[in-house]
Design a protein around this ligand. Structure first.
Ligand code: ATR
Length: 298
């Protein structure tokens, strides 16, 4: 063992690489606009940890081969993002209760001795932290959830058990039906699928409206939501954080709703992932600073 290797946990299945930094990353496609590398590298620097966090962009036709290879690549852990949060499931050695409940994984931790992978879902924690920090309550409330994709799964997993009732509206209603069917029976009973605008009008007003769709990410995106949706009084959350003000947030604020974007969810899912990897408290202030600086530049 060279001097440079001293103190670095040996990974028994690897040859000595001479690399002294721990390696982390984010697996997804596309990744060009991900802010996680900036946020996590700032966290490692602030905590004085010798580690590097890199984008791992893999196209869908190569993802299975890439995952098989990643198992032997020396990564200490990585995040998983769109569209692979379910793809990674069969490659895991263990699934945490949070990931099992959400049916999706966004953080993988590799055991330093055996290389075995455990999958976690820190999006659920991130979403709950966002609600706490924005002082948005959901217990017993009437909630409208827009979208039925991967992000909607994490939202449901975070709030469904304590909310009053949840209406799900999705461009493809069948996907909402499937999402409902995946839930345990007591939760299924409080979920209703919105199939058309008349249905939507009859279901309001809502205390909390959550946008988990990707509508609003692109500048040309228009809000496809009747204005009566905001006829009540309450809160609105858009999981999108870039742009900071989406058409959804604008409409909610205009109607007097307390509306926040998804930047706190991004921050806190990342902080929790950092803690799972390092077993150290996350330097949240440094992570937020890195996020804000990069959002300004984006
Ligand atoms: P994520 O993991 O970010 O949730 P996803 O699983 O691809 O990504 O889900 C994207 C969500 O945005 C879905 O609810 C999708 O609706 P469909 O199920 O009908 O595809 C929604 N979405 C994407 N583009 C949309 C658009 N132009 N209009 C309405 N909904 C849209």
């Amino acid at each position: 063992m060279t001097d440079r290797m001293k103190g670095i946990p040996r990974r028994p299945w690897m040859d000595e690489s001479g690399m002294t930094s721990r390696l982390y990353g984010i697996l997804g496609h596309p990744l060009a606009h991900s802010l996680s590398p900036a946020m996590q590298n700032a966290a490692f620097a602030a905590a004085g940890i010798d580690a590097l966090y890199v984008p791992i962009a893999v196209s869908p036709d190569r993802i299975r081969a890439a995952l098989r290879g990643l198992k032997f690549s020396g990564f200490s852990g990585f995040n998983v993002t769109v569209p692979y949060k379910q793809t990674v499931l069969p490659f895991l050695d263990r699934v945490s209760p949070s990931a099992r409940a959400a049916g999706a994984v966004n953080t993988i931790v590799a055991d330093p001795k055996t290389g075995r992978w455990t999958g976690h879902n820190t999006d659920v924690y991130g979403f709950l932290e966002l609600l706490v920090r924005a002082r948005i309550s959901f217990a017993g409330k009437r909630i409208l959830l827009l979208g039925a994709g991967g992000a909607a799964r994490a939202v449901l997993s975070a709030i469904a058990s304590r909310s009053g009732s949840i209406m799900i509206r999705n461009r493809t209603p069948l996907r909402a039906v499937r999402l409902r069917a995946l839930q345990p029976s007591p939760i299924r009973q409080k979920i209703h699928i919105i199939r058309n605008d008349a249905n939507l009008a009859a279901s309001g007003p809502f205390d909390l409206i959550i946008n988990s769709t990707s509508v609003g990410l692109k500048s040309r995106d228009r809000l496809d939501l009747p204005s009566h949706v905001f006829d009540g009084a309450g809160a609105a959350v858009d999981l999108i954080y870039n742009p900071a003000v989406t058409p959804f947030i604008r409409a909610a604020r205009r109607a007097g709703y307390h509306a926040v974007n998804g930047v706190d969810m991004l921050l806190h899912q990342g902080a929790r992932a950092f803690e799972l990897w390092t077993r150290r408290p996350a330097p949240v202030a440094a992570m937020r600073r890195a996020l804000m600086e990069n959002l300004k530049r984006a």
